[in-house]
Structures are given as C-alpha cells and as structure tokens.
Design a protein around this ligand. Structure first.
Ligand code: SAM
Length: 274
C-alpha cells in the first residue's frame, strides 16, 4: 500500500491508498483511488472527495441554502461533476435542476467508478450541460430559486468562478446562493477574495463544516441573497421535506454560523452585520 500526498501552502494531507482505479489527462488530470476510507476523487493533484467524509461537504453545501429558501423549485448547480450535490438537491423534490459542469470526463469517471450520485444523473428532473459555468451564467436569462457553486479550488478553469463579474451575475439570477469558500486558515487570500467580490449580494453569511478530506479539516462556505431565515423555519422545513442525512441536522446548521474570533474578525472587515 502507498500513501497519496496532497501538499500545498506548507501543509499536507496523507491518505493510504489500496490501488489506483482510474486515470485520465485531459482538461483536468483525473485520478480515482480505492483507499482506507472508500473511493477518492483527485483533480490536478487536489482531493475532491473521499466517500467516508463527503457527506460533511455535500450536505452542508446543499441543505443550508436549500432550507434557507422557503420553496426551492428551480435550482442551478455549477460544477459538482461527481454528482454529490445533485443527489442532495434532489432530496428537496425540486421541479428542475440544471447542472453546468465544464468537464465531461469527471462525470463519466465518477458515474463509473464512484457512484455517489446514487441515481441523480438518471433523474429526469436533472439537465446536465457540459459547458463553462461562467459562460452559462453570462448568457442565461433564467432565474433560479437557488444557485449552488460546487467548484474546484481556484485553477485556470475555476478561478473566474471567484470573480466579481460572476458573483454579480449570480446575485441577479437567484434568491439564495451558496458556494464553498476554501480553508480560511490555509487559503486566506482566496477566502478574502470571495468576501471582497461577493458584495453585490444583499446579505452574506459565512458558515463552517468539519471535513477531514480537505486541508486543515475545517472548510468555509458562503451563503448569500435572501438569507435571514429564523431557526424555527429551518427546522420546520427540514421536517416537512423529510430529508434523510448523515451529517446535517438543523442544530448543526445553526451552529455552523458560529465563527471563531479570528475568523469573525476577518469576515467583519467585509461584512458589517454578520
Ligand atoms: N469542492 C470540491 C473540491 O474542490 O474539492 C469540488 C468538487 S467538484 C468535483 C468540482 C467540479 O467543478 C469539477 O468537476 C470541475 O470540473 C468543475 N468546474 C471547475 N471549473 C468550472 C467551471 N468554470 N464551470 C463549470 N464547472 C467547473
């Protein structure tokens, strides 16, 4: 057995791998491994998901915005080629889900070797478009109840997903918006870029999830738009929609907005009323 090592910013993650199941070099370098913790997807050397831990990412990225919206019928996912976010979105019984993923090979590889979508890619409510999410949002005249951006760490393909132009277009196109906003401890500059560039949204809040598959183990998310929802409404919606989860609960949802002091100080530099 060998170790897979992801190292950047002077910090590393080591995962014991049993064997490599798949590799493809195209738009991105895609690798899939079998590990001590289930299947693992790696893009351009960065771990995207490990089966044992992925619920802490996909459930928090999805259920926090979906339950913030009173009735999310039309949802846009940008990225998310492994199908985990689509799987969670469909639990809310939306009428229509559009997923815009730039790399067809990620979808094909995950459908064949990981299968965490659990049927989401075959669901008739899901329309999968293989194109750049930035181009899609620029030309689309559609309005969505919720937009979720499940993109990679900033790379040549995904960096524009962190730009002011992109956020401004998203703010016009949805009621509630959520994205992953990197590790504030280890990737502070990217986290600050998100806070700086998302100012077109009416309201913004930062929340956290404990995710062992990402560097530092604590990952941040941004929730934006119409996001002033009472805790009792979140709890009621969760019960009414009968969502089954592994990580998410309404209590975790509420607690995830409590930030450590150093992080709250950073967020206050960009958002007055957090
Ligand atoms: N947050 C997870 C992570 O970084 O570990 C994200 C996982 S998901 C696999 C990320 C997906 O975003 C990838 O499949 C990638 O192809 C897609 N992506 C990157 N840039 C994109 C863009 N500009 N438009 C649409 N999809 C994009």
């Amino acid at each position: 057995m060998e170790w897979f090592v992801e190292a950047s910013n002077g910090y590393g993650l080591m995962i014991k791998v049993k064997r490599k199941l798949y590799e493809h070099r195209g738009l991105q370098h895609i690798e899939i491994y079998d590990t001590e913790f289930g299947k693992m997807l790696v893009l351009d050397g960065y771990i995207q998901l490990i089966e044992r831990f992925e619920s802490a990412y996909h459930e928090m990225l999805t259920h926090v915005p979906m339950l913030t919206h009173p009735n999310p019928k039309k949802v846009l996912i940008i990225g998310g080629g492994d199908g985990g976010t689509a799987r969670e979105v469909l639990k809310h019984e939306p009428e229509e889900v559009v997923m815009v993923e730039i790399d067809d090979n990620v979808v094909k590889a995950c459908r064949e070797h990981i299968r965490i979508d659990r049927g989401a890619f075959d669901d008739p409510r899901l329309t999968l478009l293989i194109e750049d999410g930035i181009e899609y949002i620029r030309k689309s005249k559609e309005r969505f109840d919720v937009i979720i951006v499940d993109g990679t760490d900033p790379s040549p393909a995904s960096e524009p997903l962190f730009s002011a132009d992109f956020f401004s277009a998203c703010a016009k196109a949805c009621g509630v918006y959520a994205m992953q906003s990197q590790s504030p401890a280890l990737q502070e500059s990217y986290f600050r870029m998100v806070l700086k560039n998302t100012s077109p949204f009416k309201l913004r809040k930062v929340y956290l999830s404990y995710i062992p598959m990402y560097p530092g183990g604590v990952w941040s998310f941004l929730l934006a738009g119409d996001v002033n929802t009472a805790v009792k409404d979140i709890r009621q919606r969760f019960e009414e929609r009968r969502i089954e989860t592994e990580y998410y609960t309404p209590e975790v949802h509420t607690a995830s907005f409590v930030l450590p002091k150093w992080l709250e100080c950073i967020v206050r530099e960009y958002i007055e009323n957090i």
